[in-house]
Design a protein around this ligand. Sequence first.
Ligand SMILES: CC(C)(COP(=O)(O)OP(=O)(O)OC[C@H]1O[C@@H](n2cnc3c(N)ncnc32)[C@H](O)[C@@H]1OP(=O)(O)O)[C@@H](O)C(=O)NCCC(=O)NCCS
Length: 330
Amino acid sequence: MKQSYISGLGFHVPPKVVTNHDLEQIMETNDAWIVERTGIRERHFVENGVGSADLGLEAARKAIADAGRGPRDVDFIIFATTTPDYMVPGNGVLIQQGLGIETVGALDVRNGCSGFVYGLSVADAFVRMGRYRCVLVIGAEVQSTGIDLSTRGRDMAVLFGDGAGAAIVEPCDAPRGILSWALHSEGALAKELWCEAPSSREPGRITHAMLEAGRQYPQMNGRQVFKNATTRFPEVIHEVLRDCGQTLDDVALIVPHQANQRIGDAVAQRLGVAPEKVFQNIARYGNTTAASIPIALTEARDAGLVKRGDLIVLAAFGAGFAWAGCALRW
Ligand SMILES: CC(C)(COP(=O)(O)OP(=O)(O)OC[C@H]1O[C@@H](n2cnc3c(N)ncnc32)[C@H](O)[C@@H]1OP(=O)(O)O)[C@@H](O)C(=O)NCCC(=O)NCCS
């Protein structure tokens, strides 16, 4: 069996920058609280009318060009998002249309913050089995239109940003490429980080009472998320390294989902690695959910932190709870 590798990367964020000071104007919060608890200084928000498929399409075009390919080379699309343009169909088909390519398959993944790593594992399996040769994996989110940007929703509202990242996955010969991955979930904790409405359990999907109670906005038990994330990140990083016979000493860079700077710092501490071995760019983007890993990986590579031959580990944790890891030889 062949291996698969990431042959191209790209990301796109909408131009509008929203700083912590901008948020101070619309809710009771302050820059010092946000920076101290999360490390976030600013994030990007879309203008009205822009959806996650639009952001994903821009990132996809960059990743395809970065791989030295054209849109017509793409033979399968995987789109990870929790914030699709529509309830149905998924965003993947909108990318097929946007790229103007033939009727290739398109799969949507709704695994929250771990969605990109889940998508990457599917791409790896398809490429290894020889079914596809150029899989486009996108993680993209528009969180800003679905969060409660008032004091009531401030615990969540200050965390999230909009953006998209994409990767092209192609076959390669060992020793480079995706070495191992691991996928996990724990549905008993589903309601610790969730968005309840609109819901198929509700005739009409959403009621006025639900809207008034704010049940269309994501809700989170912040402490529970923090506690689980700081346990599951190190666990899954150790697992993928064990599976490919490597150790932490072999790792050049860990690129985690950007949930919170304090979570990233705690993960470095628990693993016993230097903080600079854990890439963090959350200060400028906030938490972009499924988009955060491909955005961070692209930035890290462009900054020269990911070089040919390096061992890289991706790790994500979020809603579900669902978490995932992936080890790659660049
Ligand atoms: C969200 C998080 C930063 C909150 O930090 P915390 O230390 O647990 O803070 P608390 O929830 O105890 O809140 C402390 C106080 O700050 C207040 N507060 C909450 N959000 C605030 C905001 N944006 N600005 C100012 N004050 C805020 C709370 O109301 C509370 O006030 P009180 O003590 O008067 O009740 C933290 O729990 C966290 O990082 N969790 C992980 C979240 C995450 O990464 N989610 C992404 C999913 S992958």
